[in-house]
Design a protein around this ligand. Structure first.
Ligand code: FAM
Length: 434
C-alpha cells in the first residue's frame, strides 16, 4: 500500500463518525425546502448533496478543499522548471485535503506510472469507430470498454465487505486516472494528426506526458497542468459530477460511473460549451470575411444569436453570479503569455460587450463568463485547433474531481440516490392550495 492510500484510509476512518452521527442523531434537521419552480426547473439551488472536496460560492466561485484558485496554485509544490504545480500534487490535495510535500507528490507520480499501461483492446475499440465519431463518444467508449478491469466489480462479486468499498473504488480511480492522458492523446492523434500515435514517456508527469503525446512543445505541458487542475471539480450538483455520483451510488463501478459522467459533460449546456465558444467566434469572423469585428459588430452578432433563440456559449451559470475565477485564472495566463493574440483580444472584447447585452436581454440570472469562454483561446494558440476535442481535455481534468468524490462516497457509505417524483396534477393541486 502507498503512503497516499494509508493516509486516505486514516482520513476516511476518522471522518466516518461525523457522517454517521449526523445521519443517526440529526437526520430530521431541515436544511432546505423545495418549491414548484425547483421541481420543474432542474432542482436549482436545492441542497441535497454532500461533498467536502470543493464548494462553490455564487459570488466567489470555487474553493478546492477550502482554498480559492489562487490559494490552491500558490500552496502546491512545483517541480524545478515548471510554472504550474503537477496534477499529481493537486490530486493528492483534492483526495486528502492536505497539501502534499514535493516527495508525496512524486509518490503519486510513481504510482500512476505503474498503472499507466492502456490495454491494447482499448485502441482496437477506438480504431473500430468511424473517424468522424465525436471524440467525446470515443473517450467515453474507451472508459466503458475498460470496465472489465474493474477491481470493484471483481471484489464485489467475491463478497467484499461494505467498509472495503472505498479501497476497491480507489484502486479503480487510480487505474483509470493513470490511463486517461494516453487515451485522450491517442484519440487526438488518430483523428486529427494522420493517425500518428506518440508513445508515452515514463519520465514525465501527468500534464507533461499529455503534452508530449499530443506532440506539442513547451509550455503546453504547463498549460495542460493548469487546464486539468482548473477543470477538476465544481462541487457535486453539476451534470458530470452528479451523474458520476448517481451512477456510482448504485454500486456501479468507477468505469461505468465516469463514462456516464462524460456523457453528461458532452452536452452543449455543460462541457461542450468550450467548443461552442470557438465555433461561435469563428462563425463571427467568417461572416466578416476573416476580419476581427468592432465592438458594434460584435454587439449585433450577440443579438443575432439571442434573437435566433440560441444561448451565448461561455456565459451564464446555474450557480455562479460573478465572473468565474476559472475564467479569470486563464485570462491572467493569456495576459502573461499571449497578450497580443488576436483571438485573446476578441475574447476580451466579448467580455466587454456580452454582459451588457445579456443584461439588456434580461433572461439570464448571470451575464458573466464561465470557464468555457476562455479555455479554447489557449488551446487554439498552442495549436490545438480542432475544437471538438476541447471537451475531452475538460473530461480528463474533470476525472480528478469526480473520481475523488466517489472514493469518498464509498468511504462514507452514501446511499443509493433515489429522489421522489410527483405528477403534474399533484403540483396543480398544491398550486391551487397556495
Ligand atoms: N445566453 C442566452 N440565454 C441565456 C444564457 C446565455 N449564455 N444563460 C442563460 N440564459 C437564459 C436561459 O436559457 C433561460 O432562458 P429560458 O427562461 O428561456 O429557459 C434564462 O436565461 C434563465 O437561465 P438561468 O437561470 O440564468 O440559467 P440556468 O441555470 O437555467 O442555466 C446555463 C445555466 C449554464 C446552462 C446557461 O447559463 C447557459 O445555457 N449558458 C450557455 C452555455 C454555457 O456556457 N454552458 C457552460 C456552463 C459551464 F460553466 C460548464 O458547465 N462548463
Amino acid at each position: 500500500t502507498t503512503a497516499l492510500k494509508a493516509k486516505l484510509f486514516e482520513k476516511i476512518e476518522a471522518f466516518r463518525p461525523r457522517t454517521q452521527k449526523l445521519n443517526k442523531e440529526f437526520g430530521n434537521v431541515v436544511i432546505d425546502s423545495v418549491n414548484i419552480g425547483q421541481a420543474i426547473g432542474g432542482a436549482r439551488d436545492v441542497r441535497c448533496l454532500v461533498t467536502d472536496i470543493s464548494y462553490l460560492d455564487p459570488q466567489e466561485g470555487i474553493r478546492f478543499r477550502g482554498k480559492t484558485i489562487p490559494e490552491t496554485f500558490a500552496a502546491l509544490p512545483r517541480k524545478a522548471g515548471f510554472e504550474q504545480p503537477t496534477v499529481e500534487s493537486f490530486f493528492y490535495f483534492l483526495l486528502t485535503g492536505d497539501v502534499p510535500t514535493a516527495e508525496q507528490a512524486l509518490e503519486v507520480e510513481a504510482d500512476w506510472r505503474s498503472r499507466a499501461e492502456v490495454p491494447a483492446y482499448v485502441f482496437d475499440v477506438l480504431r473500430a469507430m468511424p473517424r468522424d465519431t465525436h471524440p467525446m463518444t470515443m473517450f467515453s467508449t474507451a472508459v466503458l470498454a475498460m470496465q472489465r478491469e474493474s477491481v470493484f466489480a471483481h471484489r464485489y462479486a467475491e463478497g467484499m465487505k461494505k467498509t472495503d468499498y472505498w479501497d476497491a473504488t480507489y484502486e479503480d480511480a487510480m487505474n483509470l486516472l493513470a490511463k486517461l492522458p494516453h487515451i485522450a492523446a491517442y484519440i487526438y492523434r488518430m483523428k486529427y494528426k494522420g493517425d500518428t500515435h506518440i508513445e508515452p514517456d515514463a519520465k514525465l508527469d501527468f500534464g507533461g506526458n499529455f503534452a508530449h503525446m499530443m506532440g506539442i512543445a513547451k509550455p503546453y505541458d504547463d498549460v495542460s497542468r493548469m487546464y486539468f487542475i482548473l477543470h477538476s471539480d465544481h462541487e457535486s450538483g453539476n451534470v458530470s459530477a452528479h451523474t458520476t455520483h448517481l451512477v456510482a451510488s448504485a454500486l456501479s463501478d468507477p468505469y461505468y460511473a465516469f463514462s456516464a459522467g462524460l456523457n453528461g459533460l458532452a452536452g452543449p449546456l455543460h462541457g461542450l460549451a468550450n467548443q461552442e465558444v470557438l465555433g461561435w467566434i469563428q462563425n463571427v469572423m467568417k461572416k466578416l470575411g476573416g476580419k476581427i469585428p468592432t465592438e458594434e459588430e460584435l454587439k449585433a452578432f450577440l443579438w443575432d444569436t439571442l434573437k435566433g433563440g440560441q444561448v451565448i456559449p461561455g456565459y451564464g451559470h446555474a450557480v455562479l453570479r460573478k465572473t468565474d475565477p476559472r475564467y479569470t485564472a486563464q485570462m491572467e495566463y493569456c495576459q502573461k503569455h499571449l497578450p497580443d493574440d488576436p483571438l485573446f483580444k476578441l475574447v476580451n472584447m466579448i467580455y466587454k460587450v456580452a454582459p451588457g447585452v445579456l443584461t439588456e436581454h434580461g433572461k439570464t440570472k448571470n451575464p458573466w463568463p464561465n470557464v468555457d469562454a476562455q479555455s479554447g483561446v489557449i488551446q487554439w494558440y498552442y495549436g490545438v485547433r480542432e475544437w471538438d476535442f476541447y471537451t475531452v481535455e475538460f473530461g480528463v481534468g474533470r476525472a480528478l474531481g469526480v473520481l475523488a468524490n466517489i472514493v469518498w462516497d464509498r468511504g462514507l457509505g452514501y446511499a443509493i440516490e433515489r429522489p421522489k417524483s410527483v405528477t403534474t396534477a399533484m403540483l396543480e393541486q398544491w398550486a391551487a392550495a397556495g
